[in-house]
Design a protein around this ligand. Structure first.
Ligand code: HEC
Length: 230
């Protein structure tokens, strides 16, 4: 190339690199800017309101605490693996590889499941043996191949952190114990709603959202509405 200006390429590379890094950085809440007002859950068109357990009503501070915990490796034995190490927000809260490594690069036997719309699942995990999101939190924290820790030690660790100690009091009126850890993570997971896929748009009346080929191949059958569209 005749007029190659290496510094321009450098600048472009830095700009693209920054953009890439930014895309993959989660935007985490600032504990000082969170209030304890009820969380304004936006339910996608055509979706019913998910069931929220009475002891874990959604509030801004609960959801924010859950989000911080979800992205924090503090809940794993050696503080290297967070929930987001396997459930990537930019990959539908799943992973692109078959088996996501846990602590010490240990490999389990199953694929990390996506977490969007998990608020609607009556049973969790592949066997469906876990009835609530609160209970499910126990599984990855204690699994030898995932975080290999336990809730009691995790709670002690969190209590040493002034930010979590303060958030926990504001969110649940108690120190960051197993009750709080399981509830805050579940609160965050309940707000991961997604309802704008091509399939959703087709269901909501946009007949060209799916190509004729997609319709033919998938034999799309519109879902039965639980509630009419408002
Ligand atoms: C090392 C990877 C890994 C880590 C870390 C991990 N998960 Fe998972 N997650 C998985 C795998 C694999 C499954 C499927 C498990 C099964 O079916 O037995 C799963 C399943 C789930 C499910 C069930 C979803 C459904 O539709 O039934 C939820 C909810 C979940 N994880 C939340 C979390 C939370 C919260 C954390 C952090 C406390 C976490 N996971 C940490 C790999 C991981």
């Amino acid at each position: 190339m005749k007029n190659t200006k290496p510094y321009l390429w450098c600048l472009l590379a830095i700009a693209l690199g920054t953009l890439y890094a930014c895309q993959h950085e989660p935007i985490l809440p600032d504990p000082n800017e969170i209030d304890d007002a009820p969380y304004a859950l936006v339910v996608p068109a055509g979706f019913p309101m998910p069931d929220i357990p009475p002891d874990n009503a959604l509030t801004n501070v609960r959801v924010a605490m859950g989000k911080l915990l979800f992205f924090d490796p503090i809940l794993s034995r050696d503080a290297t693996i967070s929930c987001a190490s396997c459930h990537f927000p930019d990959r539908a809260f799943s992973d692109t590889i078959a088996i996501s490594p846990g602590v010490e690069q240990r490999l389990g036997v199953r694929n990390a499941m996506p977490l969007f719309n998990v608020a609607y699942h009556p049973n969790l995990m592949r066997e469906g043996g876990v009835p609530t999101l609160e209970m499910q939190v126990l599984a990855p924290i204690s699994d030898h191949f995932e975080m290999d820790f336990n809730l009691v030690d995790a709670a002690e660790r969190l209590a040493q952190d002034p930010n979590y100690a303060d958030l926990s009091q504001r969110a649940y009126g108690r120190p960051p114990d197993p009750y709080v850890i399981t509830r805050a993570l579940a609160a965050f997971e309940r707000v991961l709603l997604s309802g704008n896929s091509a399939y959703d748009r087709y269901n909501n009346g946009q007949s060209n959202a799916l190509s004729p080929q997609a319709l033919q191949r998938q034999r799309i059958i519109p879902i039965v509405r639980l509630r009419p569209l408002s």
